[in-house]
Write a protein that binds this ligand. Sequence first.
Ligand SMILES: *Cc1c(COP(=O)(O)O)cnc(C)c1O
Length: 379
Amino acid sequence: MIQLIPFNQPCVVGGEEEYMQEAIACGKLSGNGPFGEKCARWLEDQLGCERAFMTPSCTAALEMAALLTEAGPDDEIIMPSYTFVSTANAFALRGAAIRFVDIDEKTLNIDPEQIQKAITERTKAIVVVHYAGVACEMEEIIKLADEHDLWVIEDAAQALTSTYKGKPLGSIGHLGAFSFHETKNYSCGEGGALIINHAPLIERAEMIQEKGTNRAQFSRGMVDKYSWRDIGSSYVISELNTAYLYKQLQYIDQINEDRKKTWNMYARELEHVIALDAVEGPHIPGEAGHNAHMFYLKSRDQNERTELIDYLKKNAVMAVPHYVPLHSSYAGERYGVFTGEDRYTTRDSERVVRLPLYYGMLEEDVHHVVKQIQLFYQV
Ligand SMILES: *Cc1c(COP(=O)(O)O)cnc(C)c1O
């Protein structure tokens, strides 16, 4: 009997602990130290952005984005319902009203046409989510935002190293947020980054990250003591985490190549399953360069999905569903409302099955997963 193939295994490239030891020896673990700086400068180089701030999570980065855009009780924020809770939470925490809109059935990304219909006088920002590391239609979205003078925030939690028309995701909106949670391609257990592409936001971001103080200016010798200047919170990640993360950033090509290999095997070997009537696989638009974050199938309906997941589990494969649409969750009903028609969000969220995919996944395990799916569908 084959051992259970997990859905995810946190990435370890080897050598992470050496950098952690270096951080310990350096005697400064609190954050924005040598390794934090290395990670931030690495991101700035890769993305060509104004500034990168290393945060304890993507959730923290999104909260910083909500504070920076001064989202408040008079504002509406447009986002997909098919996303992780943090996308909405960050703005609900500021008292803003969440306006959920429908997704595109091919990519499961927010649909620009639905955004347009949801814009009102009170709209303040559009938060896009690049689902599975596949780019949203940014050109249309930026155009809408420009026309209506709105902030664009990219929840790029899953999308580091992915691109839209050759441009790195996270570098296109005013702000971008990445995650280094252990379920993401490159990780340090818990971690994140806020990307600033709009320079006027940098000075406040430095304060918001440091509990609302001008400690960053103090560290640069610009002021002789630091004090409370703004609202803020504890949005700095520890050096232990950025030391771990920096090793993975240095090996990012190797990680991408390995994940791509698995993703491509799934795409190739599941071709006949995906060709079945009403079964679908991931769709990658021509403008999108993706980072192999996720491989999913869409079963015919929820019942078939339950049967497929159960069948795979019995045959040593952990496959998992994904988001319950936020608008139909307990808190989502309280803090937001779905605007427009829910044609695909609920329907397709009930069909998604994510397959095991992680750094170092054995080829024989990929074949096993494929074989079980073929047996289930009898192709
Ligand atoms: C993982 C994820 C987050 C949260 O990331 P954390 O680093 O765990 O806070 C937010 N949004 C999306 C779309 C995610 O996939």
